[in-house]
Ligand binder design. Sequence first.
Ligand code: SF4
Length: 299
Amino acid sequence: MAPDSDREHETLTPETHEEPEDLPLEKSPYYHVPQEPTVEELLEEVDTGARAPLVEIFTSIQGEALFVGLQQIFIRFSGCDLNCPYCDTPAAREAPPAEVWCQAKPGVRGFTIDNPARVEDVVDVVRRMLRYDEEGAIHSISLTGGEPLLYPDFVAALTTMLRQFDLPIMLETNGMRPGDLQKVLRMVDWVAADFKLDSAMGRALDDGARREFLRLAQYKRVFVKLVLTEAATDEELQGVFDLIADIDPACPVFLQPVTRTGECYPPSGLDLIRWRAMAMRRLRDVRVIPQIHKLLGLP
Ligand code: SF4
């Protein structure tokens, strides 16, 4: 029998070493999820004076995907790295407004804060909104855009400060910036990845970035939304379903027919049923839901 030291050496050689099943995440170039520090430790490092350009802060009913029908606080960032033809927030892609419009409660008079907004000013606005919410109707906080991950340092500081309100924090993103996701993931509860289809964008997007993004998001709770236009193809959808299923077949996926915008038309109802069935061959939780807030006449 070989001495213990030899056996140890043997098990570590590349030929004989078998990787545990959960290792692929560590192979990600973006893999560097640090040990969890406490919120108190993180707060010591927070730059409360960090700034980012915002458009508005308000509360309304979430009209899409997993949290549909729940009231959220929306913190909308200015700026986006994509240019979707059906974008329903064009203001988020224009030059940032001089001031951020804020509303503490639907129906009450709005107010403004300076733009680019400071972390501590945004936190004060959220505090004010929650004071108005005597009924406890607000379910969670959504960071949306535009693309919030254009400002990862600000988002990291803001989400750390927002923990004090003990509400779930959701990051809505186009899912193309895994390196920036890594910087903010620690303080986010939910990642809503809004993957874009090549047919809608008129160009091929980077599948590798999306794959890395989804792998990294597995450290938190994540769901995927796909906005479908009549231009969507079986082939590209199968590719996205496979990409998601290879990482997590239980990841909730929402097929959202586009709300007609310009030349973007929604697919037929029959196509939606067919595409959902196609997705269900590999995924466990796939739902078809249109934008509900548009039907309700809400922002
Ligand atoms: S990613 Fe979102 S905000 Fe950016 S252009 Fe597309 S729909 Fe608009």
